[in-house]
Design a protein around this ligand. Structure first.
Ligand code: 13P
Length: 251
């Protein structure tokens, strides 16, 4: 049986200035210490402006740092954009791509997400590829079909467990306090695992995170489900006690 370490990732979105971000990161780094807990890896994804600061704040600890988005090109005339290599240059080891807020607010297609994920891998970093259905799609019975198409369209060549994590985030569960039933989460994660074969070299070893209103009170039951290998946490990752409680809920 493949053993997958949990990954507990905080997506800070457009929150935190330098000083409060550094204090939050330093608090978590002190809790983790220099050697990762045998159960989980901890990852912080702050806004790009403070990736360097946060990297310094966690240095010497086992906490990792990532970006929330990048451009598909390595450099060029792309005003306002950031290359994966630039995030690496200031201490990031990871980049989230295809978050639903990017897919919706910036009209990112599967092909664009795939291009960004490929750029992350070319820069030598690991990527978290986000997928998830809208409420209308779930109500129409299309959730699995939508997520399957996102996986097929967004996962780049060369993806493997060492460089790629999938995050299932139902759009209607993000920031709403609502979550799917445990049975629905388990069914979707099992479907994702099955669909990964042919898309990644080692589907059994790839970590599949759940995201969408994860909090200390529901973390244990969600993280206890088969094929749930961690969490991508928004709101609750902005409070050290809450984020730490979620990590501590790893079985
Ligand atoms: P919340 O945890 O705030 O629902 O956000 C989830 C999310 O979008 C993480 O990427």
């Amino acid at each position: 049986m493949t053993v997958r370490r949990y990954l507990i990732a905080g997506n800070w979105k457009m929150h935190c200035r330098q000083s409060d971000g550094a204090a939050l990161a330093a608090d978590l780094a002190a809790r983790v210490g220099p050697v990762a807990d045998p159960r989980f890896d901890l990852l912080l994804c702050p806004p790009a402006t403070i990736v360097a600061t946060i990297s310094q704040a966690v240095s010497g600890s086992a906490v990792s740092v990532g970006g929330q988005d990048c451009h598909a090109q390595a450099q060029g005339a792309h005003t306002g954009d950031i290359a994966a290599d630039m995030l690496a240059d200031v201490g990031a080891g990871w980049v989230i791509v295809g978050h639903s807020e990017r897919r919706t607010n910036h009209a990112e297609s599967n092909a664009m997400v795939r291009g960004k994920a490929a750029a992350v891998l070319r820069a030598g970093l690991a990527t978290i590829v986000c997928v998830g259905e809208t409420e209308a799609e779930r109500d129409a019975g299309q959730a699995e079909q939508v997520v399957a198409a996102q996986l097929k369209g967004s996962i780049p060549d060369g993806a493997a467990a060492t460089n790629t994590v999938i995050a299932y985030e139902p759009v209607w569960a993000i920031g709403t306090g609502r979550t799917p039933t445990l049975a629905d989460i388990a069914a979707m994660h099992a479907m994702i695992r099955a669909r990964l074969s042919g898309l990644v070299a080692d589907p059994d070893a790839v970590r599949i995170l759940y995201g969408g209103s994860v909090k200390p009170s529901n973390a244990a039951e969600i993280l206890g489900l088969p094929d749930v290998d961690g969490a991508l946490v928004g709101g609750a990752s902005l409070k050290a006690d809450d984020f730490w409680a979620i990590a501590q809920a790893c079985p």
